[in-house]
Design a protein around this ligand. Structure first.
Ligand code: NAD
Length: 488
């Protein structure tokens, strides 16, 4: 028989609940989890963290979804950017959001049900985990991590706290891409053993390495967060962090992650594979950037291979694609040339099917926030983690590499018994470098370590694994530390 709760019992129960919440949060002293869950008709309180380039687009996307959601707060460590973003939202919606500089303060805001994160990469996982611990659902930009281990922590946190966590790989919501992947998986181009991701996106020098002043209005300590606080060596403060290892992951983890994700999706592989090898260089100019502007990754999946090419110098396309993915099947091939589509061809190169169509990745997130079903997400965090991790593996191999002459690198590649396809890719890359007037007689390539992965796992084994395994994580700068699994 149901008993009527007295006011006193209610208060006592509430006090126990509050005490339990405090005890539970002892490991995470900074957050009291938000208890409010968005009901079917309730407006979802959104917050955008990092509001400049992509974060500005997040703002536009959430505003499009009013009144289903409302941006109640935003956060940026750059006062100038923060002020402009607050103003923009007020103008667009008639309501001024709360502006925060420190993500930890924003996460205490009870009006916020969910956050979307568009900070630089080195903040993504920690911000996502803190938000999840604070009881928020999360939309986190790609790559979801700056290293393999922290990406896995986000997946674990989302599962443990039963939070919705979407990856910002919007191609996963695009009808043209979805149709193409279904076409491939239905066997319409036969057996697919090779996927080739392309990030052919010419980018120039970012200027000489120097001692630059952090612009006024920026909280550099907060910007650095989990990374060491180092003197600023690049001219442009924002965006160009992509090309410095402490914060970014090169174009592989910038543009490339979208195509890496599609390539892995179409191949139907949901592990990190058996091994990885990467080679390339930052060629043709010297600047403050550190990441490769020319890079090939070969991910070995046993009977399948994923080859990923980054070209940051001027280039022509490959089979009609610059930024795209090519799936090679036994009965034809599919070329995806944009986020929203592409076409299928038979083995003679005759087009057989076209794929096109847009989608609403942000709307998909809001839908899942309401349904509370992770399976409603187009790009659940696990997918984001696996694809981001592939980029990190490539960069680990690359960074552990040795400088080698072009003939020595080719010899090493052939000696490693990688598939013919990889050797052909090498020849195309050297041709491309020569077209860009890179002197191949004088140039050393960075030839990466051939690394093996523990079966089904996310660690290296065998030769070179000791050093490589240390690169699966980073030294975090307290208090910006990604928690261990037991502390999530
Ligand atoms: N999905 C896509 O198509 C897409 C497109 C572009 C960028 N992105 C991703 O979005 C992210 C941001 O890229 P961007 O080009 O806008 O970079 P950006 O450097 O121009 O902007 C980052 C913003 O984050 C702010 N910021 C930094 N640390 C912060 C912190 N701790 N708390 C709050 N704000 C902080 C900065 O002040 C800046 O305003 C990147 O990770 C990038 O990979 C995704």
């Amino acid at each position: 028989m149901a008993t009527q709760q007295t006011r006193r019992e209610f208060l006592e129960n509430s006090m126990f609940a509050a005490a339990a919440a405090v005890a539970g949060s002892a490991m995470l002293p900074q957050f009291q989890p938000t208890v409010r869950a968005a009901g079917a008709n309730e407006r979802i309180g959104m917050a955008v963290i990092g509001t400049r380039g992509r974060g500005g687009e997040h703002i536009s996307e959430w505003v499009k979804h009013y009144p289903e959601c409302e941006i109640t707060a935003i956060c940026d460590i750059d006062d100038g950017v923060l002020g402009k973003s607050v103003e923009r939202i007020e103008k667009a919606s008639g309501k001024k959001p709360e502006g925060y500089r420190d993500i930890r303060k924003l996460l205490e805001d009870k009006s916020v049900d969910a956050v979307s994160i568009a900070t630089p990469n080195h903040w993504h996982s920690l911000a996502a985990i803190w938000a999840i611990q604070a009881g928020k659902d999360v939309y986190v930009e790609k790559p979801v991590s700056h290293n393999v281990s922290e990406g896995r922590r986000v997946v674990e946190a989302a599962r443990k706290h039963e939070k919705i966590c979407q990856t910002g790989t919007q191609c996963r919501s695009m009808q043209g891409t979805i149709d193409a992947i279904e076409f491939i998986k239905a066997g319409k181009i036969g057996e697919v053993k090779l996927a080739r991701g392309l990030c052919y996106k010419p980018r120039g020098s970012i200027g000489p390495k120097g001692n630059y002043e952090v612009p006024a209005g920026i909280d550099y300590d907060l910007w650095s967060g989990p990374a060491p606080v180092k003197p600023l060596t690049r001219k442009q403060f924002h965006y160009d962090w992509h090309w410095q290892w402490d914060y970014g992951n090169g174009d592989l983890g910038n543009q490339g992650i979208h195509q890496m994700d599609i390539a892995r999706w179409g191949l139907g592989v949901d592990t990190l594979g058996q091994g990885v090898l990467s080679y390339g260089g930052r060629l043709s100019y010297e600047d403050a950037g550190e990441t490769a502007n020319t890079q090939v990754n070969i991910h070995d999946y046993g009977d399948k291979t994923l080859v990923f090419e980054v070209r940051g110098l001027k280039t022509s396309d490959y089979k009609g694609a610059n930024v795209g993915v090519i799936f090679h099947g036994s009965a034809g091939y599919v070329v995806l040339t944009s986020y929203t589509g592409g076409a299928a061809f038979d083995l003679d190169g005759k087009m057989t099917t076209k794929f096109s169509g847009n989608g609403d990745h942000f709307g998909n997130f809001l839908k899942a926030v309401r349904s509370r079903k992770q399976t409603d997400l187009a790009a659940d965090i696990l997918e984001g983690h696996l694809s981001s991790a592939l980029c990190h593996l490539g960069n680990i191999s690359y960074r552990l590499g040795k400088q080698m002459s072009v003939p020595a690198a080719k010899e090493a590649l052939s000696g490693n018994k990688v598939k013919d396809e990889a050797v052909q890719t090498f020849d195309r890359v050297t041709q491309h470098l020569s077209d860009n007037k890179v002197d191949l007689d004088q140039t050393q390539l960075q030839f990466g370590a051939m690394l093996s992965l523990a079966p089904g796992g996310e660690t290296f084994r065998g030769q070179g694994s000791e050093q490589a395994n240390t690169m699966l994580t980073r030294d975090y700068r307290a208090p910006f530390v990604v928690p261990a699994t037991k502390d999530l």
